[in-house]
Every structure is written in C-alpha cells, then in structure tokens.
Design a protein around this ligand. Structure first.
Ligand code: F3S
Length: 288
C-alpha cells in the first residue's frame, strides 16, 4: 500500500507568519492576547495556551481588558484572518500594543474594499457569513456591503437602482463556486467589477488535493473542525473519493483498510501543524 502526502498540505504562508509572530512576542516576555484563535486548530491553540497566550473571543472581551500601561502593557496579536477597522480603534483607545499579523493577502482585500466603497461601490463579498475573515472585510467597507455564499443568494440578490457592484471573495472560498456566483451577477446584466481575491495557496491546495483524491482509494483530510478551508478540502476530496475521512487529531482516525486499498492520500488544511500531519502519516504507515 502506498501512502502519499499532498505536497501542499499544512500551514500556508499567512498562518505560519501569524503563529511565528505569537511565538516571537512570547519571547519578549509580554502578556500576549490573540484576537480570536490565531489559527483554527485546537492543537496549536492549546499549545499556545500552555505558554500563557490568552484568546480574546470577541469585541466584548477586548473592551473588558484593562488599559495598557507603558512597559507593562499587553500585546494583542491580530490573527491572519484580520479584524474589522473598529478593533484597531479600540486597541488604540485602550493603549494596548497591536501586533498586526493579518495575512498580507487579506490586507490587500481590506485595501480594495476600503477604496472601492469610498468611491460609492456596493461591495459583494463572496464568502461564509460570520467567518472572521468575512467579518473583518465587512468591517472595512465604508458603504453598503453584502455577503453572498450560495448561487441561490446571488440569484435572489437585487441591487438598489444605480448600484455599481464590486465583488471580492473570501481568500479560502471555493474557486469554481466563486466563478459560478460571479457569472450569475454578470448574466443578470448588473454593473459589476470583480477582483478574484482567492488566495493562490488555497487554490493550489484545493487542486492538489483534488488530484490526489482522484487517484486515492482512501483519503484523510486533517484540520480543525472550525477551519473553513479544511472543510472545503474535505468536500472536494469527498467528491473524488467516497472513502474520505475528516479528522482533527489522530484520535479521530478509526480506519479499517481492506487489502484492496492501494493508495491512501493525506492532505491538511492551512492551519494544520506539520507535527500533526507527520503523526497521522506515521500511524498509517505503521498500522497498515
Ligand atoms: Fe493568507 Fe492565503 Fe493563508 S490568504 S492566511 S496565505 S490561505
């Protein structure tokens, strides 16, 4: 039996950078908070919690923090997904140090929507409503903004008379679905400009996982249950390989591999640490 690890599996550039930032700040001996979990992976979050990193779950918990005081002040690390503009304002008002680890690709979307909405465009974000990245993008818009997740929502969407739409996507959104939704807007004849802001790391990981799943008899997708990019990877792999397993840690893996299985493929979401991927790979190699 062959075990193939997807070459694109695991931490993407932005998540690696955010996690490294938290560790660098820890080295400085400060009290470290992250605004939301730094990555959607419980294993990483628990490891950081052991080192004293505290997670601010929402705006209310940030507002409840005592104000920063000179050298003693705490640092708040903004995770790769980014945050709405008002969070920067609150950090400043409170005198808390802001260490911004927003992924540069997400920053680019913030810049685009700020500029375009300031010019009066109605921003359409193709993404998952409620996802922190989408909330962050929404919070950067200076005018009307709508989140669209499903083609049906695009069908039902009716802009205000004279609206110019400007469409961007959540970085981890499914590539084909984004294009399909954009096509719906275009076919309706709306005045629409589009910038595809899907991150190439996501696209490459999705394409590579799809290709591996297409030739695998069994596919294992590793990642946090709250990680949207891992869930999408799972959907893609499931479409190619019926025997696809979504696991968070090795404990979730209850594999029974019949003799006929020739190829087991392994992939992982952008927030899955290498240690975990190696553990799963080793387990499959030793036990099957
Ligand atoms: Fe950034 Fe792309 Fe990762 S947007 S956080 S490098 S998936």
């Amino acid at each position: 039996m062959e075990i193939v690890l997807d070459e694109c599996a695991g931490f993407c550039f932005g998540v690696r950078r955010a996690v490294d930032t938290v560790y660098e700040q820890l080295e400085k001996g400060k009290t470290i908070y992250t605004y939301g979990s730094v990555v959607h992976n419980e294993v990483v979050v628990q490891e950081l919690a052991k080192r004293g990193v505290k997670v601010l779950e929402d705006k209310a918990s940030l507002l409840a923090l005592p104000p920063g005081k000179g050298e003693e002040k705490a640092a708040v690390v903004i995770r790769a997904h980014g945050v709405p503009e008002e969070i920067y304002g609150i950090l400043e008002q409170k005198g808390l140090e802001c260490v911004d680890a927003t992924c540069p690709f997400v920053k680019r979307i913030h810049r685009i929507v700020r500029e375009q909405s300031a010019q009066g465009k109605h921003i359409v974000i193709v993404g998952n409503p409620g996802h922190p990245e989408v909330e962050g993008i929404l919070g950067m818009c200076r005018g009307p903004a709508t989140v669209v997740e499903e083609p049906g929502e695009a069908e039902n969407f009716v802009p205000e008379e004279g609206d110019s739409l400007f469409v961007v996507s959540q970085t981890t959104f499914n590539y084909n679905k984004f294009h399909y939704i954009v096509e719906i807007f275009q076919e309706k004849g709306y005045n629409v400009s589009v910038v595809n802001t899907i991150c190439s790391a996501t696209k490459e990981r999705q394409q590579s996982a799809r290709a591996l799943a297409a030739r695998a008899d069994v596919m294992i997708v590793i990642g946090g249950k709250h990680s949207s990019n891992t869930r999408k990877l799972y959907e893609i792999c499931r479409g190619e390989c019926a025997n696809t397993y979504f696991i968070q840690t090795l404990d979730d893996l209850h594999l029974e591999l019949p003799k006929a299985v020739r190829l087991v493929g392994i992939t992982a979401g952008a927030s899955t640490p290498n240690k975990l991927i190696e553990e799963v790979q080793r387990h499959v190699r030793i036990n099957f």
